[in-house]
Design a protein around this ligand. Structure first.
Ligand SMILES: CC(C)(COP(=O)(O)OP(=O)(O)OC[C@H]1O[C@@H](n2cnc3c(N)ncnc32)[C@H](O)[C@@H]1OP(=O)(O)O)[C@@H](O)C(=O)NCCC(=O)NCCS
Length: 189
């Protein structure tokens, strides 16, 4: 079954909800910033956010049910502070990719960790995914910190989008000493 995501996840400070066509300004603030986009595509800063957003929503429609891109909104301020995604890996690795992107002037506040943790819990508990990967550019230290903090393990080098990355892997089976893994209640979306 395919279809656009329609669910909302809440964390202590954030709401993760599907992007809509009304989010062009917030989408552009994130994806129009070279500091954010560089790690995905060094030349790929978007010009036409409205068109790009439609393209992303169309791509999400074609993904397996429950997969897609979520807009990350700070609940207190109503500000769009980022994007998180669960999507089939495009290209060089297998499985489902967890991705996280935060607007540059809000880096270092723990938003990526908080949002990505909620999506990881959702992916494993609700979608039943047992293996999730993160593709981290070799120079992207902040992203590696987030992945490791979420329990991903470095599985070695991989070329992704023609750039040197490291493949980080999270598996339910990799949770040490537990047959049936559940996140701590405080981490539930
Ligand atoms: C990677 C990214 C999502 C992190 O977002 P964030 O909200 O700042 O992340 P968090 O605050 O949850 O955690 C980041 C951690 O990395 C640490 N960090 C940041 N820069 C670092 C660096 N150069 N070296 C080592 N650690 C670094 C931070 O100090 C923080 O750890 P702390 O909480 O112990 O201080 C953000 O930098 C970003 O959007 N980058 C561009 C897009 C991107 O690279 N996405 C990931 C693609 S795989």
């Amino acid at each position: 079954m395919k279809g656009r995501i329609n669910n909302t996840l809440e964390t202590r400070r954030l709401e993760l909800r599907p992007w809509t066509q009304e989010d062009v300004a917030g989408f552009h603030r994130l994806w129009g910033d070279p500091a954010v986009v560089w790690w995905r595509s060094p030349t790929g800063c978007i010009d036409d956010a409205a068109q790009e957003l439609v393209g992303i929503l169309t791509r999400c429609d074609a993904m397996p049910a429950g997969h897609g891109w979520w807009c990350v909104r700070e609940r207190e301020t109503d500000e769009i502070v980022g994007n998180v995604m669960l999507q089939p890996v495009v290209g060089d690795a297998e499985g489902v990719e967890l991705g996280y992107h935060i607007v540059a002037d809000r880096w270092g506040e723990g938003f990526a960790t908080e949002a990505a943790r909620a999506l990881l819990n959702y992916g494993s508990l609700v979608l039943g995914l047992r293996r999730i990967v993160a593709l981290v550019h070799v120079d992207n230290a902040a992203s590696a910190v987030v992945a490791e903090r979420l329990g991903f393990e470095d599985d070695g080098p991989i070329t992704h989008a023609e750039l040197p990355h490291r493949l980080f892997v999270w598996t339910v089976d990799g949770r040490a000493g537990v047959d049936h893994w559940e996140p701590p209640e405080s981490d539930w979306p």
